[in-house]
Write a protein that binds this ligand. Structure first.
Ligand code: ADP
Ligand code: MG
Length: 589
């Protein structure tokens, strides 16, 4: 039963209300005459502390508060894909239609369209024994994506009837008889409390990398499907571009993009441009496999706090259907700030930099929802959720709490570097400060293209590290004073940097680099090094190597389509190097 309370005081997004009976923590409430959305975040007997998801100005003490008796839930079912919802799952498009860019408060619209009919195709038949998580039918949610309708949690029994045809999400598509003799109607729509992880049968070891087509990630700091990565970086270092590139290109079945809006117009930009993008592999519109959660409207920070949980819940729901899902959160710092803001208003004792002491636990709870699992259901359906979270530390200082705590709970760390961004080295991932714990998973997968993958990668990283040490010395004594072997290391490092790590998101070809091409490009660069290194040792001056016309060709491979140019360039390299050798043989004799 729902309870009624009265507003006592208002402090920004925090509303304190007094109830006649004790409500429950986590309950969703409607606040004031405007019926604004809020959630009970703390209780002290009959006094409830409410985090309000809408601007509270104009609310007055004495106005009523209605406890719905239910937690904040996500509505799950066909109609999510291709839509843009806010942190409490209201359709942004509908909000705009109703109220324009300055959303009127207190609008209640159900996330899933109640009118729209979906063509339901049964996969179960009368007499089938089903358990929670089993597929009873499918719906072509978008031309690209098949939505699988599952038996809800806690339900099992024998199917009595199942319909084929067009239904709304609330209509009955099947009925079953439970072991206790009850009749249950099954619909396409379900709900789930966003703050609770959805259950699964079994957690599985990670097996494959998420291939993003971004060389520095896939080759040097891969993330596993079902793993988690943190992308910290100051303002303008490329977090948003990176996450958009991954949403576009990653080999995931479903993308959930959570925009906690760093700049006001940034999300508006995503919302207007994303729907126009085409999926390069299917030729279809990318939005057909994407759910966007964006607080574009004038909702206060507190609404961002919920959006991460909303996003992860939607991701788990698609995982449970047997899909690989990737969640991008941009940026989790905004989420943490909402947490801090609320904690301050609750007058909790602050820990580091004003964040509450439970910040680390909350971050852990989010990233723990990543994983590869056997889903509920009778079969052995496998799905995964990969979580990629951007962090925007103030002043690019990675020692702040959100970055340091996130670092503990993720397997890959892509450190974006202000200096690299300033030099327009994009993606500005600092190869000395980044790491991955998914190397084993990645090596196994990459060996299909390159038996020596792990060694190649290690050598390339080793050369980059060596080069940065040599550069230190060069700064003091000048590059020309270095031995030629060291100058060659600088040369190859430059080739790896410019010809491999730097990748232009806006270049027609370079924007995506298929895995096989990445492996062949890296091998080509290392072959070049192996070919010329003995010559330098024998005394051929580094200047002569530097002059080889093949060097710019090697560095431009990234802009050329396919694999053929790589072989071509390698043949040409051999010719040029041999010519140099011949020239010096004569000199030596
Ligand atoms: N991979 C890339 N290729 C080309 N330019 C990039 C790339 N990544 C970032 N940029 C440039 O950097 C700018 C800022 O990136 P953005 O993602 O908005 O930074 P952040 O979200 O970290 O503030 C972009 O507008 C773009 O010009
Ligand atoms: Mg950004």
């Amino acid at each position: 039963m729902s309870l009624v309370g009265t507003i006592e005081r208002i402090n920004g997004s925090l509303v304190v209300a007094r109830f006649e009976k004790e409500p429950k923590i986590g309950d969703l409430v409607e606040v004031g005459d405007l019926r604004l959305m809020g959630e009970i975040v703390r209780l002290s007997e009959k006094t409830a502390y409410i985090q309000c998801y809408e601007t509270t100005s104009g609310l007055r003490p004495g106005e009523p508060v209605l406890d719905t008796g239910k937690p904040l839930v996500a509505e799950l079912g066909p109609g999510l894909m291709g839509t843009i919802v806010d942190g409490v799952e209201r359709s942004e498009v509908k909000l705009w239609e109703i109220a324009g860019p300055f959303v009127t408060r207190g609008i209640h619209i159900p996330p899933l369209d109640r009118e729209k009919r979906w063509s339901f195709e049964p996969k179960a038949k009368p007499g089938d024994r089903v358990v929670e998580g089993d597929i009873i039918g499918v719906v072509q949610e978008t031309p690209y994506f098949q939505h699988r309708i599952l038996v809800p949690l806690g339900v099992r029994g024998v199917i009595e009837s199942v319909e084929r045809g067009d239904f709304t999400v609330e209509e009955t598509v099947a009925t079953l008889r439970t072991p206790w003799g009850e009749r249950r109607e099954l619909r396409m729509m379900q709900t789930w409390p966003v703050r609770r992880p959805r259950p699964y049968k079994e957690r599985l070891p990670l097996e494959k990398p998420l291939i993003t087509g971004q060389r520095v990630i896939d080759t040097f700091f891969p993330v596993a499907k079902g793993g988690a990565a943190c992308i910290p970086g100051g303002f303008g270092t490329g977090k948003t571009v990176m996450l958009q590139q991954i949403s576009k290109w990653a080999d995931a079945d479903v993308i959930v993009l959570i925009g906690c809006g760093e700049r006001g117009n940034e999300m508006a930009d995503v919302v207007t441009h994303f729907p126009e993008l085409t999926d390069p592999r299917t030729g279809r519109r990318l939005i057909e496999r994407t759910v966007i959660i964006a607080n574009v409207s004038n909702m206060p920070v507190s609404a961002r706090e919920a959006s991460i949980y909303m996003g992860v819940t939607l991701a788990e729901y698609y995982r449970d259907q047997g899909y690989d899902v990737a969640v991008m959160a941009d940026s989790t710092s905004r989420w943490a700030e909402a947490l801090r803001d609320l904690s301050g208003r609750l007058e909790e004792i602050p820990a580091e930099r004003g964040f509450p002491a439970y910040l680390a636990d909350r971050i852990a709870e989010i990233y723990e929802r990543a994983g590869r699992v056997i889903t509920l259901g009778s079969g052995k359906r496998v799905g995964s959720v990969t979580i990629l979270g951007a962090v925007s530390p103030p002043g690019g200082d990675f020692s702040e709490p959100v970055t340091t705590h996130t670092l503990r709970f993720v397997g890959a760390f892509w450190a974006l570097d202000t200096e690299l961004a300033f030099r327009r080295h994009f993606p500005a991932i600092n190869w000395l400060r980044s790491f991955t714990r998914y190397l084993d998973v990645a090596s196994r997968w990459w060996s299909q293209y390159e038996r020596d993958w792990e060694r190649l990668r290690e050598r390339a990283l080793g050369l980059l590290e060596e080069a940065s040490e040599i550069e230190e010395t060069a700064r003091i004594i000048g590059e020309k004073a270095l031995p030629d072997e060291q100058r060659l290391v600088l040369l190859i490092a430059e080739m790896i940097r410019e010809g491999f790590l730097v990748q232009n998101a806006f270049h027609e070809v370079d924007t995506y680099c298929e895995a096989e091409k990445q492996a062949r490009m890296l091998r080509a660069l290392m072959e070049f090094y192996d070919r010329v290194e003995p010559l330098v040792r024998k005394g051929i001056p580094i200047e002569r190597i530097r002059e080889l016309p093949i060097i710019p060709e090697l560095m431009r491979l990234k802009e050329r389509r396919g694999l053929d140019p790589i072989e071509e360039v390698l043949r040409e390299m051999e010719k040029q190097v041999r010519k140099l050798e011949e020239e010096y043989e004569e000199v030596c004799r």
